[in-house]
Design a protein around this ligand. Structure first.
Ligand code: NZQ
Ligand code: ZN
Length: 387
């Protein structure tokens, strides 16, 4: 176990009707609110009315930033920062999935940043000092953004997608009412489940050998996705399935699994290059790339970890370790395809002549991967295999 400093500060209000707490939770942070949401699901579900009623009852003045797209754009962040400055906003409320939350986080810190917000993504985390307080109402289980200090933003002009990380970006509170996710489509539910699964894998496939408790925690989260992902697909209003996925989403990427060990994140590196270029749904990109990454990095040196994964997560049995390891990868691919995810980059419209550029973008800021370091050439081979 490596040394670490534990910091997971977001207050979670989990369960039906927890939105009733919104006014009380916002009280310490002020009366002038920026209300950030996406492209319309909050209006269809009635959440928009519920939130604005609470603002009114609590004498809060709110400005709106709406229309935030999946793979949120820096242009939206710029608009949000301008609104905050023009209206002397005191706190931000994000209602949506990872895209809305990440946009809101970047606005919350961008207000304090002199110059263009994209600079923060190029300069790195040390450029972040503080942020406006952020409250979240989660409507989509997947990214874990509701409980972490990460924000991922796309730059439509440069076709880049980059992340920032800072404890100041952690939401002060997040309201997790599983019933809000009943309306998430089958494809998006599947993509969210794959994203959760992938977050766990990125930390599970670690070069740190001594991480017993982290590994057992990780395996239980993976099994939760395996059990409840299909239930949520076949019965979107199954409360227990939605609740299990929602809490797993938060636990998978709030930092808990990564403490005390090094994480990999190579597959996310490749996927961010992909969704920056092709605007692919994040979880869909991960579903395609993950099994190919596994096949590429499975070697004699890494096989122990794959055997542990296959035996403990998929209950694969057998004497031959290599066969067991391969079976675990096969099970992973089948799980994703059973959720309805595509298997190849070709199926999501990627052009073969773009693979080189995707590989370049993957390593634009240096090699990726800690379980197995990937150079541009390694990334290119994986992308070609996935094509
Ligand atoms: O825009 P609306 O109309 O709200 O529709 C959204 C969107 O089209 C819809 N949706 C959300 N809640 C719904 C709903 N539809 C019906 N009913 C509901 N209750 O779902 C679609 C996808 O939403 P989005 O927020 O884009 O999904 P997700 O949560 O997967 O976020 C993806 C973004 O987060 C980044 C990804 O790269 C991507 O940009 N990530 C953020 C991370 C983080 N902050 O820690 C880590 C992840 O690895 C990831 O990179
Ligand atoms: Zn992810």
């Amino acid at each position: 176990m490596l040394d670490f400093n534990y910091m997971i500060s977001t207050k979670i209000l989990f369960g039906k009707n927890k939105i009733e707490r919104l006014g009380e939770e916002l009280k310490p942070y002020g009366k002038r609110v920026l209300f950030v949401y996406g492209q319309g699901s909050v209006k269809k579900t009635g959440l928009y009315g519920a939130v604005t009623d609470i603002f009114a009852k609590n004498n809060m003045v709110y400005q709106e930033l709406n229309g935030v797209q999946p793979n949120p754009r820096v242009s939206h962040v710029r608009q949000g920062i301008k609104i905050c400055r023009d209206h002397d906003i005191e706190c931000v409320v994000a209602v949506g999935g990872g895209s809305v939350i990440d946009c809101a986080k970047t606005i919350a810190t961008g207000v304090y940043h002199e110059g263009d917000p994209w600079d923060m993504f190029l300069q790195g985390d040390s450029s972040i000092k503080k942020a406006l307080p952020l409250g979240v109402i989660l409507t989509f289980a997947g990214t874990g953004s509701e409980m972490n200090g990460n924000a991922v933003i796309s730059n439509e002009a440069t076709k880049e997608k980059l992340a920032i990380h800072h404890d100041a970006l952690r939401p002060r509170f997040s309201i997790l009412d599983p019933t809000y996710t009943f309306t998430v489509s089958k494809t998006q539910t599947a993509a969210g489940t794959v994203d959760i699964f992938s977050h766990v894998l990125e930390q599970y496939f670690s070069p740190t050998k001594e991480a017993f408790v982290q590994n057992r925690l990780a395996e239980s989260l993976l099994k939760t996705c395996i059990v409840y992902g299909p239930v949520a697909l076949s019965k979107p209003t199954d409360y227990e399935a939605r609740a299990q996925l929602m809490w797993t989403s938060s636990l998978a990427l709030n930092g808990l699994l990564g403490y005390g060990r090094i994480s990999d994140w190579a597959t996310h590196g490749m996927e961010h290059a992909l969704s920056a270029t092709y605007d692919v749904t994040h979880g869909v990109g991960l579903a395609i790339l993950t099994p190919y990454w596994m096949e590429y990095v499975l070697t004699k040196e890494t096989s122990d970890k794959f055997v542990e994964y296959a035996r403990n997560v998929w209950q694969v049995t057998g004497e031959n370790d290599l066969a067991v390891a391969k079976k675990g990868i096969q099970k992973t691919r089948e799980f994703f395809t059973d959720l309805g995810m595509p298997k190849t980059l070709r199926e999501v419209g990627v052009k073969e002549n773009a693979l080189e550029t995707l590989a370049e973008k993957t390593v634009l800021h240096g090699d990726v991967g800690k379980f197995k370091k990937l150079s541009k050439n390694d990334a290119l081979i994986i992308l070609k295999n996935a094509y």
